[in-house]
Design a protein around this ligand. Structure first.
Ligand code: SAH
Length: 246
């Protein structure tokens, strides 16, 4: 079982999301466990203060480093597995499916969620790695932790009802997913590609591969570089890109 933990000033934010739908079922099945720790438990003043004004002046408040040092020192030996400690920041490595695949190799991952203007730089010494969700600024790391946990859990064996579905998804083979359709086959003249109704599995697989290539070429041509395409597929993509240009 994979174990996730979060160190946060909003421990209640995680439960609703991680109890619902696929996350909730995976958790009930024992595929992963989750525990939120309230950072304020490692403060020593009456107001349980976790923030202070930045040295050098400037806007807003900064999270103090001491509660993080104390919390991680106390949490680390609670189980046999030392946690892989992940901080969040726009300065971090961009989160991708590849990073999710790496994270699930760790049996225990502890997410450190910042708030306010961020965290005293000295606390980053505790980080095994720092992740960014993308080039924008969030209010806190809780949402980032939930995104990362969600993407990781989908990759754990048994989390998705159908064992195959994670293999078919976008990025699984370095490409975007193919176009998908369900009933009705014809909605006011908008028809589903006929091959999908044919029952010919080889033809459907070929159509889907081509659909993946076409969508990736159109929307994310940067992904094609590492996608390991055959010569035939590279020719097809070159043709598709030429058509785009016209
Ligand atoms: N002042 C900081 C942003 C602080 S935002 C700066 O300009 O870089 C407060 C917290 O939200 C951060 O500590 C981090 O935990 C989280 N956060 C903000 N943007 C994020 C992003 N792009 N990816 C992941 N976490 C983010």
């Amino acid at each position: 079982m994979m174990h996730f933990e979060a160190l946060t000033v909003f421990p209640g934010m995680f439960e609703p999301y991680l109890s619902a739908s696929i996350m909730g079922r995976a958790r009930e099945k024992g595929i992963f466990s989750f525990e939120a720790h309230d950072l304020r438990d490692w403060t020593h003043d009456r107001h349980r203060t976790v923030d202070d004004a930045p040295f050098g002046g400037g806007q807003g408040m900064l999270m103090k480093c001491v509660p993080f040092f104390e919390a991680i020192a106390e949490l680390t030996p609670r189980t046999e597995e030392r946690p892989h400690v992940v901080f969040f920041s726009p300065c971090g490595r961009r989160f991708t499916q590849e990073v999710a695949r790496e994270l699930i190799e760790h049996p225990r991952v502890l997410f450190v969620c910042g708030r306010y203007e961020g965290i005293d730089e000295r606390a980053y010494e505790l980080a095994d790695e720092t992740i960014s969700l993308g080039d924008y600024v969030l209010t806190g790391g809780e949402l980032a932790a939930l995104c990362v946990i969600d993407a990781c859990v989908r990759l754990l064996p048994g989390a998705l009802g159908d064992e195959m579905s994670a293999q078919d998804e976008s990025f699984a083979d370095g490409l975007l997913e193919y176009a998908q359709y369900t009933r009705p086959a014809n909605y006011e003249g908008r028809e589903v590609p006929e091959v999908l109704l044919s029952g010919n599995h080889a033809a459907i697989a070929a159509w889907r591969r081509e659909s993946s290539l076409e969508r990736t070429a159109r929307w994310r041509p940067d992904l094609l570089v590492d996608a390991g395409l055959s010569q035939k597929e590279r020719d097809l993509v070159a043709e598709l890109l030429r058509q785009e240009e016209d």
